[in-house]
Ligand binder design. Structure first.
Ligand SMILES: NC(=O)c1ccc[n+]([C@@H]2O[C@H](COP(=O)([O-])OP(=O)(O)OC[C@H]3O[C@@H](n4cnc5c(N)ncnc54)[C@H](O)[C@@H]3O)[C@@H](O)[C@H]2O)c1
Length: 308
């Protein structure tokens, strides 16, 4: 049994990760300041003797004796990370420093939840790990994108300078049950709009593409990465691409909704294409997304209906 710290463990991805790590018989410490986290997400584990919840902000130092750290703490949706951009940057930078200091002191292995956003509005398609990105340093998304890029730098510098055992996962668009309703992400937005029979809003002409990874597939990739000896960065996501318009139509069909599709102006810096090249993850950790979009969306819609 390992003692594992999951920062951001009360959030969407973090709560699925805590569940899986508990199922494998580990002791899990979930650390979260509840900015976008939700007690509902972890309520089923609160009575487990192997589960502990600590309300704490990663921007403040803390020392916990652990074997592994998954650093997921950071608001992930534009609405939330743009709400307090300075805090978002602090969470990525100071949060990474504080968690890396724990890893350094306790000699634990630490995984950073990085993001496809570090590629910005990519000039290479699909995005390989070797691509350095095309990122605006002063835009509205920069607090998140550049914060995550700085975190990657900090991880590699702690690794080279202090021999900290690190690994970086670059996570692409992930969806699934327990996504919050009001986070403005495209999958949750469309499902809520379809279930409430309000207009489905597409920003731009709907021809921009995204690839969507079901959360269980992502979590199994994160655990495989932790169990490997790799440092990364490694892309994790589902490489099958859909246009936003196709996504809207699938959700309309699966919800039997009468909502209309309407088009609005595309926000600045919104990437037009996004698709992971997962050759490295396939080769190095046998990562293979199994849940296809229709199936994953059905499970997500079911969960949204139960919570609405
Ligand atoms: N979901 C995706 O599609 C996606 C894609 C790329 C990267 N990621 C990364 O994965 C991680 C989890 O994303 P998610 O979708 O579950 O987001 P989420 O917002 O649901 O979860 C983030 C969690 O971190 C917590 N948190 C935020 N700031 C904190 C702080 N200062 N101290 C302690 N806790 C804090 C929040 O309360 C929340 O529980 C994030 O780091 C995100 O950047 C997610």
């Amino acid at each position: 049994m390992k003692r594992i710290l999951v920062t951001g463990g009360a959030g969407f991805v973090g709560s699925h990760l805590c569940k899986k790590l508990l199922e494998y018989g580990n002791e899990v410490i979930c650390l979260d300041n509840m900015f976008t986290g939700n007690k509902e997400n972890i309520k089923n584990f609160l009575d487990f003797k192997n589960f502990e919840f600590i309300r704490h902000d990663v921007t403040e130092p803390i020392l916990i004796e652990v074997d592994e750290i998954y650093n997921l703490a950071c608001p992930a949706s534009p609405i939330h990370y743009q709400n307090n951009p300075v805090k978002t940057m602090k969470t990525s930078v100071l949060g990474s420093i504080n968690m890396l200091d724990i890893a350094k002191k306790t000699k634990s292995r630490i995984l950073q939840a990085s993001t496809s956003e570090i590629y910005g509005d990519p000039l290479e398609h699909p995005q390989k790990e070797s691509y350095w990105g095309n990122v605006n340093t002063i835009g509205f998304r920069s607090c998140y994108d550049e914060g995550k890029r700085s975190a990657e730098t900090l991880f590699f510098d702690y690794h080279r300078q202090h021999q900290v055992n690190i690994v970086i996962a670059r996570i692409f668009n992930t969806y699934g049950p327990r996504m919050s309703f009001d986070d403005g992400r495209v999958v949750s937005n469309f499902i809520i709009q379809a279930l409430r029979s309000t207009d489905i809003t597409i920003y731009g002409d709907g021809m921009q593409t995204r690839s969507f990874c079901y959360v269980n597939d992502l979590v199994s990739g994160l655990i495989k990465l932790m169990e490997s000896k790799l440092t990364g960065p490694i892309n994790l996501g589902n490489p099958i691409e859909f246009t936003i318009l196709e996504l809207a139509k699938i959700i309309l069909e699966l919800t039997n909704s009468k909502s209309r599709i309407i088009f609005k102006k595309l926000p600045k810096d919104d990437p037009k294409i996004r698709k992971p090249d997962i050759t490295k993850a396939r080769r190095e950790i046998s990562f293979e997304p199994k849940i296809e979009l229709h199936e994953g969306l059905k499970l997500t819609i079911e969960d949204f209906k139960n919570r609405l």
